[in-house]
Ligand binder design. Sequence first.
Ligand code: AGP
Length: 598
Amino acid sequence: MCGIVGYNGKDKNTLRILIDGLKALEYRGYDSAGIAYKNDEINIIKSVGKINELENKIDFNLNTNIGIGHTRWATHGSVNENNSHPHNVGDITIVHNGIIENFNEIKKELTSKGYHFNSTTDTEVACALIDYYYKENKDIKTSLVKFMKKIKGSYALGIMCKDSDTIYSVRKDSPLIIAKNESGNFIASDTIAVSKYADSVMYLDENVIAEITNDKITLFDKDLKEVESNFKSIDKSTNNTDKCGYDHYMLKEIHEQPKVFRDTVSPYLENGIDSLIDKMPDFTKYNRIDIVACGSAYHTGLVGKNLIEEFAQVPVNVEVASEYRYKNNFYDDKTLVIVVSQSGETADTLAALRKAKNDNIDTLAIVNVEGSTMAREADILLKIKAGREIAVATTKAYSAQVAMLSLIALNLASAKGNIDKEEMKVILKDIKELPVKIENTILNSDYKNIAEAIYKNDNIFFIGRGIDYALSMEGSLKLKEISYINSQAYAAGELKHGTISLIEEGTPVIGILTEENLILKTISNIEEVKSRGAITTVITNSDINNNFDYNIKIPKVHKLLQSLLTIIPLQLISYEVAKLRNCNIDQPKNLAKSVTVE
Ligand code: AGP
């Protein structure tokens, strides 16, 4: 989703700093970009498409000390230069991430006061509103206090004013960081945008105005009283954006999964199961768990439900955050709400977390990004160690989330005495050996052959039962995201209740078969589609003798860990299909890495 970067300092190379920042934010997904900089006056350069297009329009010999930049992911109005940021109205120029919900009403008011609008965006209206207050008050901070009172919706803003050499920032429900080094100060949507230059960083709190000059950062609350800043040094090692020889970040991230698994689980298992019990909260006090998330993170919740219900015997309710935040949730003080999010900034998941907190329900966040809003706001944080994930389609963060949910299931099952010593030994041994098994599963060369056989199709189906159904949903989403093939995931037994009418000669169906007591049932369902002409692929940890077109055999491990192997063929088949279709694998069209609007 939209990315913001800004610089105010002594370095005259501001234009390069802005472009480097925007390039580092490309992973978030965008369709146009722009910058504003100041020498005698404010100049704006915009372009549709990739940052290179914008870069080609910039004269980097130009010296300037102050500027803001933006990558836009269209929400209000189509993709064109007029709608791209920065927007300028009167004395004010802004870049914006978020959605101004009451922009229509404000637009009407401002139009009646003589404002004209050149774009169809909510951002231009926000810019005009700040300009209106600024003309009224002649003071930018007072204008921003009024702006924050008036606006409904979400925003992170970088603001420049014609009459001053200061950048201002405010935010609500959209992330924004402030960073600095010896020669200047920065704003950005994400530390990675400035980590090449800056040494320390802080997360801007909501309802705080940041005033950023070339040598000073001052924060003010809504009463314009100064508040303290809290900078931490930037850990540059986590910001490595090298593809390390892989064609795509997605492939690199798939290959990182053995390490990610080890890094995520080992801190909890230093002394076996005892440290797992010690280092995790006491889950036994809850008699219900709600897992709330979006997209792939929601799918990890479905895997978690399966494991927690089977091994810990606690009912788990998994819900999509955009629904959960607006519905009646029948939780009580014995409910734990778990939010799962790679970014820790997804607007709907954050809103669900805040809703539960507001209702005094205990909350736990499984998050990858250190310092993100969910990581800071949840009562309990279980941080996964996936490292920076750049490909928009998640792979390693998905598996790290699954690993953490497996640990929760193991913790709770063992605290409740549901796992005997022998079974525990098997699980701990499997945990130890899993990284190598993940690695070997990644190296299987059959994925390319399967991709060759299916990549020209318009419809592909994934089927499974139990936990395999949850994995089918992720396999199907992965394929849709990066290859743009229409794909559906079905509970294997459900297909014949309607969807089987879509199966014809050559329709690919991928069946997942790891649920021991359900394998024969799913095999029958795959036979049903085979006899109607489907190209059949099975991904299984068992010996299957049926005559299916492709059979991917993965190692069999304890069910608490099996999903971490089953997901690998699904990720790699999608990857190979997308590659054959020449898709933009790391930045699929219309998608954003961090979805910070509703
Ligand atoms: C997965 O590949 C997606 N791009 C998407 O579904 C993602 O999982 C979802 O938007 C949630 O993001 P989060 O984990 O950062 O909250």
